[in-house]
Write a protein that binds this ligand. Structure first.
Ligand code: GLU
Length: 299
């Protein structure tokens, strides 16, 4: 019997979908179909400096053109600020968060002193403000007190994973210095509010999973299963992203986009004649792929 399933696709409207995001959308949609589940769309538009006007409408149109229709209202994170505040208040009352006055520069300097040179992005927060703000300093952001120890989970595509957030990331920001709720908090609050059972997304977010699972546990939310699909890179091996100007999808040939995404997921092209036929053929192939993974103890 199939378990209840709710999946989601959660694009940030910093530009139209490109092939990389199409691959993640295709994987999440086919996984929901394979489980006869619901598939939701959430627009992650909190990071206002990066929101591009008009991008949301284009993304929603792109999804429809590719034959992906949401089973329910589209959720816009920018309309959910009170939900994030409520979760924050809960964390605050449990003393799981604290204000931090550190600037980026200060964090980089103290990490260098403590640990020698580390590449950008791999510098755990050294915990400067954990015991309280220094005299005369003002809180800029808010951080979560990350518990020690490893978080282990099974990725339905990649297999067993483990990360010690306290060692690799440290206490992470849940409210930014510019007052914007951090992605990590919003994603966890919304996945719980939308009853998401299964997160299917690109591998670039694998490193956020342990953080999100820790946060979900602290808020007493159920922890969704995860599946991360390989990232699409350009010829020089860089992740395709809106930041490095990946070209928007050419929707004059939506079937071709689906076929390309499917190939990038490691499957052979399907003998599909139209969009609907593509989804009908893709679903059993995906089920087969998942049951193979099951045999290997991945599910
Ligand atoms: N909004 C994120 C992005 O576009 C995805 C968030 C998620 O799937 O958890 O990269």
């Amino acid at each position: 019997m199939l378990l209840p399933y709710t999946g989601r696709f959660a694009p940030s409207p910093s530009g139209p979908l490109h092939l990389g995001s199409a691959v993640a959308a295709v994987a999440s949609y086919v996984d929901a179909r394979a489980h006869a589940g619901r598939w939701l769309v959430r627009i992650e538009d909190l990071d206002t400096p990066r929101v591009v006007p008009g991008a949301t409408d284009i993304i929603l149109q792109q999804l429809r053109t590719l034959g992906m229709f949401a089973d329910g209202e589209i959720l816009h994170q920018s309309r959910r600020l009170s939900a994030y505040q409520a979760a924050f208040d809960q964390l605050l009352s449990l003393n799981y968060v604290y204000p931090c006055s550190c600037t980026r520069r200060e964090i980089a300097d103290s990490v260098l002193r403590l640990q020698g040179e580390l590449p950008e992005g791999e510098r755990p927060y050294p915990g400067t403000c954990r015991q309280g703000l220094s005299e005369g300093r003002q809180g800029l952001s808010w951080r979560l007190r990350v518990p020690e120890g490893s978080v282990s989970f099974k990725d339905r595509w990649l297999g067993p994973m483990s990360q010690d957030v306290s060692q690799t990331v440290g206490d992470f920001v849940i409210k930014r210095a510019d007052g914007i709720w951090a992605y990590q908090l919003a994603v966890v609050v919304d996945d719980a509010a939308q009853g998401v059972t299964d997160i299917v997304r690109g591998e670039d977010l694998l490193s956020s999973t342990a953080r999100q699972q820790q946060l979900a546990a602290m808020l007493d939310y159920p922890v969704p299963r995860v599946l991360h699909v390989p990232l699409v890179t350009d010829l020089s091996g860089l992740k395709l992203s809106k930041q490095n100007n990946a070209t928007a999808l050419d929707l004059a040939q939506p079937l071709e986009i689906l076929q390309k995404s499917w190939e990038l997921l490691g499957f052979e092209r399907l003998k599909a004649t139209n969009i609907e036929d593509f989804w009908a053929r893709a679903t059993p192939v995906w089920v087969q792929r998942l049951s193979r993974a099951n045999l290997h103890g991945i599910n």
